[in-house]
Each structure stands twice: as C-alpha cells, then as structure tokens.
Design a binder for this molecule. Structure first.
Ligand SMILES: NC(=O)c1ccc[n+]([C@@H]2O[C@H](COP(=O)([O-])OP(=O)(O)OC[C@H]3O[C@@H](n4cnc5c(N)ncnc54)[C@H](O)[C@@H]3O)[C@@H](O)[C@H]2O)c1
Length: 361
C-alpha cells in the first residue's frame, strides 16, 4: 500500500455517547479498509480526554494537548460534556480549544435525508422532485464564539454583576468562509448560496458580514446568491427547504440552524460534520453534530449514523473518495432497510446498526 493511503488518526471520544459512536465508527472503518473499494490503513492514537480527565487533572486535556495532535492526519472526535463539569468549561477546554487552536475555520454540516428515515417535513422531495439535500457552512473561528468579553463588578454586591460577550467579525474571516461557500456551490447540482444574516439588528458586525458576502458573490456570477435574515431562514428551513443548496452563516446562527436541519432530517443522531482547516496547515477534525447525550449514554442505543457520516467526510478529506462513497452508500442501505435506533423510531442497538452497515460494505 502506498504511503499516501496510510494515515494516523487521533481518536478523542471524550464523553457519554461520544465513546460509543467512536467505537462503532472504528469498527466500520476497519471493515471498510479491509474490503472496501479503495485500500487504506489507519493507525489510531487514543486520547482519553474529556470530563473524566477533568475530574482527575482539573483540565479537559493536558497543557501540551494540541502539540500531541499536531502531527496527526486528522482528528476523530466523539462529543464533550457531562453534568459534573460546567458546559462552558468542557466545551472551551477541549472542542473549541482544538477548533480554534488549529484554525479549523470551516465547519461543514450537510443536511441529508436518508432513505427509511421519517422526516417531520411533509415531503422530502423538493418542488422539482429533487430529493432534499443542503449543506450548512458554519464560520467556525470567530463571530459570536470568539470568546471575547468578561464579567465584572461583582464587588457591588449580589444582583449587580455585569457580563459582556462580544462577537468578532473580521473581513478576513468573513471573506474566507464566503469564498468557501461559493466554491462549494460550484460543485453542486444547484449552484446557489444563501447568506444568513441579522444585519437589521446588528448594525456593525453583521453589516460587514453582508458587505463581504456581496463582494465575494460578484466574483461568482455563475452562482446564484441571496441573503436572508436568520429568523426568516429558520422558517425557510421548514417551509421551503427545496430552495436551499449551500447556506453560509455565522458561528452561532449556523450552530442553531444546523441542529434544526438535522432534526428535520429525522434526528440529531444522523447529522455529520467536519471542522476543516482548508489550508491544511493543521489537522482537521471530524465529529457527529450531537452532544454527549447523558440521557441515553451507556444504554447501547446511541445512533452511530452521524459519526459514520463524519467518517465519510474524513475519508473524502484524506483523498479517498471511493471509500467515502462506499461508506455513504452503506449508510443509506442500512437506514433504507429499516435498521434504525430508537431516536429514528426503530429498536436497533448501536451494535446492530454497526453490524448491518458492515454487512453492506
Ligand atoms: N460537539 C459537542 O461535543 C457537543 C455538541 C452539543 C452538546 N454538547 C454537550 O453535550 C451535553 C448534552 O447536551 P444536549 O443534551 O443539549 O445535546 P445532545 O446532542 O447531547 O442531546 C440532545 C438530544 O438528542 C439525543 N441524541 C443526541 N445524540 C444522539 C445519538 N447519537 N443517538 C440518539 N439520540 C441522540 C439525546 O438523547 C437528547 O435527547 C452537554 O454537556 C453539551 O454541552 C457537546
């Protein structure tokens, strides 16, 4: 096997169902490597970080955590968060630390309607009979999650503390994500980008966001472009999803809209994502969109489909498009055959879905 097809991947399962879906994905990838259409070899490096690590060490990952990940070809992440650690501590201490530390500025979140999965939407065919399928591109490095702000004045006594949380919009940040969205749109059946905004209320950052979007749009006359306010966009996801192809939004807006998208596609459990450093100066990270799901963790019923889809995005990123396509096809065949976990109305376990998928590879 050529060196180009050998990869070292960091596994960071972290918390709750994160560990269950990462295990399932590793099983699936091992089989795909063995009998898939495109040979490859993955050497996994385990990183036992997360809320249990915090309990022992007082931090979510070691101080040199990023250095340990730096040489990896990619990172496969489960989910972080557990009731014993405040969510802002667990998120900033691990997932956001990796995303920001490695400048993974493009978060790709496809909204896919899988066969056999019932959507709460009335029809999953668009107006032209096309199956619904759109992708949310999330600005992943700044915006509302730039981490700028502080708390002060608690010395004034109970009830008088203040907190400031600022959103950061830079021309560089806005331009690179807009350009990414337009480039992606050119590769899709429908070359269209919808820019999500809230510039009517947020007259500084979001106006800059809009201006950069419009400027970039002019360079892509072959791609249809429109801007929609985020509140109207939430309604559009439900009422006119066939009008969507590529949706680009700020960190917070895309975070919320993509969860809505995955719920419309059937469950948060099926949503996949990639956190990309498109320049490839640093490793990119692949993870299901869902969190650690403490309510079902340990029961063996976590839906692994979102993690499998994220693995397909990772294979694509690693230059293995045939392997990625084979995994995608096996996902669709598995759900199409009605092998579904309880979040999708089925009664299969994580292991049963994994086995069904492996049988179809
Ligand atoms: N990327 C991440 O690591 C990430 C994302 C979101 C939330 N979180 C963290 O996860 C913890 C729980 O957060 P939450 O409850 O708001 O969100 P969640 O995504 O963990 O769960 C929301 C709902 O979706 C269900 N669900 C999630 N994943 C599922 C799966 N694979 N299969 C079946 N059902 C699934 C859960 O059972 C729950 O009912 C918190 O600590 C939060 O901070 C982490």
């Amino acid at each position: 096997m050529s060196a180009q097809h050998r990869f070292t991947i960091a596994a960071v399962p972290a918390d709750g169902v994160g560990t269950e879906v990462v295990d399932a994905t590793r099983t699936a990838l091992a089989e795909l490597a063995r009998r898939g259409p495109q040979p490859f070899e993955i050497t996994w490096r385990e990183f036992d970080w997360g809320s249990h690590y915090y309990a022992e060490h007082g931090r979510m990952m070691p101080e040199d955590g990023l250095d340990r990940l730096r040489e990896m070809d990619a990172i496969f992440f489960g989910a972080v968060g557990w009731p014993t650690v405040p969510d802002h501590v667990s998120l900033w201490g691990l997932r956001l630390a990796i995303c920001q530390g490695f400048d993974q500025w493009a978060n790709i979140r496809p909204v896919r309607f899988l066969p056999g999965v019932r959507s709460p939407l009335r029809g999953t065919q668009g107006a032209q009979g096309r199956a619904l399928d759109w992708v949310v591109i999330r600005e992943n490095s700044e915006g509302e999650y730039a981490g700028l702000g502080g708390r002060n004045l608690s010395g004034r006594g109970p009830g008088h503390e203040v907190a400031v949380q600022s959103a950061l919009f830079t021309e560089t940040g806005c331009e690179r994500i807009a350009r990414y969205a337009f480039d992606l749109a050119r590769t899709r059946e429908r070359p269209k980008v919808t820019g999500v905004t809230k510039s009517n209320a947020q007259q500084y950052g979001m106006v800059l966001w809009d201006e950069v979007f419009d400027r970039v749009a002019e360079e892509y006359p072959d791609v249809e472009a429109e801007r929609v306010l985020v509140d109207a966009m939430a309604a559009r996801f439900v009422l006119q999803p066939e009008s969507l192809s590529v949706v680009v939004a700020s960190n917070l807006h895309a975070d919320i809209l993509s969860d809505l998208g995955s719920a419309l596609a059937g469950s948060l459990g099926v949503a996949a994502s990639a956190n990309l450093n498109p320049e490839r100066r640093h490793p990119s990270m692949f993870e299901p969109v869902h969190g650690s799901a403490p309510d079902i963790a340990g029961q063996g019923v976590a839906d692994p489909i979102g993690a499998f889809g994220s693995a397909a995005l990772m294979l694509e990123h690693l230059g293995l498009p045939a392997a990625a396509a084979a995994l995608e096809a096996a996902i669709a065949e598995t759900t199409g055959a009605g092998v579904l976990t309880p979040d999708l109305g089925g009664n299969a376990t994580t292991d049963e879905v994994t086995k069904a998928l492996v049988d179809r590879l």
